[in-house]
Design a protein. Structure first.
Length: 334
């Protein structure tokens, strides 16, 4: 009788433990799924973030059990700093921001690279001689933002083409495009999928065609917007990171699918009411080519060589004191 009682007690205890583990597991998943996440963008709501806002608007985050607040970026916003302070769990940063942060010891990781081609390019008039070789930059007045990425990229191109400062003229760029419109500047830095569309449209109305000088076509691949999180988030909440990444990249894939163009444009209009539908459609088309330039490139893929080149460019220009080995924090296959 005692033996039977012991067996029954053991069975009951085992069942209780199984139920306890199952209940705790479900509670942990539920608690994890209800976590509120903050996602800080690098810039304002426009075509460059269409996949981010689409994932929220079309409830793709919600379908992964995530509640995500997407916050606009801007010159006074730093996603990496907010990750460090715990104000955000995910953010958008360009490669130079990531590399500078690593140089200062910031514990961050990159989980996806959104732009495969940097949207930062230069616009010039179609009637001007085409820029087919770096040597074609000689004799031109080139707009740059001193201290900006465009200066870093242009100086790299000039060095690669062995073009000295006295063979070109650099012009300090501000937010006013007037110097370009008045032809005081030959080529002007723009984000191809936003400012590039606005300026193109204005010149087209005046009967002028435009062309673009694209650094990547001359071997300079300076990485742009990528998705970052903290080492702590990756270590302590890997399932959340996985679900967030999966939902975000799905949002980008669906928003750039021509079959979903209507939904994507409606989403953009909700967040960018001041831009016409015609302009938004053109911006979306260009963004699609920058995010997924080839059919065999997966959205979010990390271009390891481009990251290494970006780090080397920053080293060459003494923007960081020593190598950071950025490849160690690229976790795109997480």
């Amino acid at each position: 009788m005692d033996r039977l009682f012991k067996k029954i007690s053991i069975i009951i205890a085992a069942v209780f433990m199984i139920l306890l583990v199952y209940t705790w597991s479900n509670w942990a998943v539920a608690a994890e799924s209800k976590d509120h996440l903050t996602y800080r963008l690098k810039w304002l709501f426009n075509a460059s973030v269409v996949g981010d806002i689409y994932a929220d608007a079309q409830k793709i985050f919600a379908n992964e059990g995530l509640e995500v607040t997407i916050k606009e970026g801007g010159p006074e916003r730093d996603a990496i700093k907010e990750l460090e302070l715990g104000y955000a769990q995910f953010g958008i940063a360009s490669a130079d921001q990531v590399i500078r942060a690593l140089s200062k010891g910031s514990p961050i990781v990159v989980i996806a690279q959104l732009f495969q081609i940097n949207p930062l390019q230069w616009i010039y008039r179609g009637i001007d001689p085409p820029i087919e070789r770096l040597e074609d930059l000689k004799g031109r007045t080139i707009g740059i933002t001193y201290g900006g990425n465009d200066e870093t990229i242009m100086r790299t191109l000039l060095a690669k083409g062995k073009i000295s400062d006295d063979e070109i003229k650099l012009f300090s760029v501000r937010y006013d495009y007037t110097p370009f419109y008045k032809r005081k500047v030959d080529i002007w830095p723009v984000y191809r999928n936003t400012q590039g569309i606005f300026i193109s449209e204005k010149l087209h109305k005046e009967g002028e065609e435009v062309a673009f000088f694209i650094p990547a076509e001359f071997g300079v691949k300076f990485v742009a917007n990528s998705v970052v999180t903290s080492e702590r988030m990756m270590r302590e909440h890997p399932k959340i990171v996985q679900r967030f990444t999966r939902a975000l990249l799905r949002g980008w894939r669906e928003s750039l699918d021509p079959a979903n163009e209507k939904k994507a444009l409606e989403t953009l209009q909700q967040f960018n009411k001041d831009t016409s539908l015609q302009i938004l459609r053109k911006q979306l088309a260009v963004t699609r080519k920058l995010i997924k330039p080839k059919a065999d490139i997966d959205i979010g893929s990390i271009d390891m060589d481009a990251w290494k080149q970006t780090e080397q460019i920053m080293l060459n220009q003494k923007q960081i004191p020593k190598p950071v080995f950025v490849e160690k924090v690229l976790k795109g296959k997480f």
